[in-house]
Design a protein around this ligand. Structure first.
Ligand code: ATP
Length: 251
């Protein structure tokens, strides 16, 4: 029998995610200073939320973390042992309504090395179906990506971030298009990942969800405006100051 290609989406095996350190991180795009002097520590195995106004640099910060932006300063990912798996759920993506690609095609193209549109091998197919079930998308593997609703697409993106279970999970506004049931599924998944020691870096606008789920929260608007435990940091005054802060401007 072939060894399974992918472990279950969320395995109960104890694991520890990495710590992440941003040291004097800056990002200049054109003449705009997107990030300036970011010093930030994300502890291993914590759920760490990043909040802030539109354009404040949250997605840019995670692009620096993922090695996708030409930043200054240092980003360190300190793994407890050998480097583990990084999962990434990007901000909502649009798909052409006519795109002839099913949910199964899309996920198997992302998680296997096989040419797109070839049916995945049985263990991969089983892992994809399990991940879809975890995000409440059972029975929808044959649907076209272009025919999904925004929330369904978001659930598929979440499923791909879980395959296989990540040790570091980076989420960019994962709840944006989710309905109440989807938000509940998301919260349950984050709880399960936190319980297995995954480090979760989570960009979010829903501050109530951040209060419920996050161990720590950073307020970001070009620089770090606050950083700490949500109950202590998310005071009405801090939130008002953060969201009225004007980020960007010429360097
Ligand atoms: N490739 C780019 N070139 C120039 N400017 C960019 C580029 N990408 C992003 N920006 C600018 O960088 C700033 C920060 O964008 P970013 O997407 O990081 O913000 P954000 O905090 O994630 O915002 P939102 O909450 O709206 O998603 C914005 O002003 C944006 O216009």
């Amino acid at each position: 029998m072939n060894a399974p290609v992918l472990p279950p989406a969320v395995s109960p095996v104890a694991a520890r995610g990495p710590a992440v350190a941003f040291e004097r991180v800056s990002l200049l795009l054109g003449r705009t200073q997107i990030l300036a002097g970011i010093d930030l520590s994300i502890e291993a195995g914590t759920v760490h939320a990043i909040v802030g106004p539109n354009g404040g640099g949250k997605s840019s910060l995670v692009r620096c973390l993922l090695g996708q932006a030409p930043h200054g300063g240092t980003v360190r990912i300190d793994w407890p042992g050998a480097p583990g798996r990084i999962g990434y759920v990007p901000q909502a993506l649009e798909f052409d309504r006519g795109l002839p690609m099913t949910v199964m095609d899309f996920l198997s193209a992302l998680v296997t090395q096989r040419p797109a549109f070839l049916p995945p091998k049985a263990p991969v197919r089983a892992a994809i179906l399990a991940a879809l079930a975890e995000v409440g998308m059972e029975g929808k593997a044959g649907r076209r990506m272009g025919a999904l609703s925004g929330g369904e697409r978001q659930r598929v993106m979440l499923a791909q971030g879980l395959m296989p279970a990540p040790d570091l999970l980076v989420l960019d506004e994962p709840m944006a298009a989710l309905d109440e049931a989807g938000a509940l599924i998301f919260e349950t998944l984050v709880g399960a990942l936190a319980a297995r020691g995954t480090t979760v870096v989570w960009i979010e606008h829903d501050l109530a969800a951040v209060r419920r789920l996050a161990d720590r929260v950073t307020g970001l608007s070009r620089g770090v405006l606050f950083d700490g435990v949500p109950e202590a940091e998310l005071t009405p005054e801090r939130v008002l100051a953060l969201f009225s802060h004007r980020a960007g401007g010429a360097a």
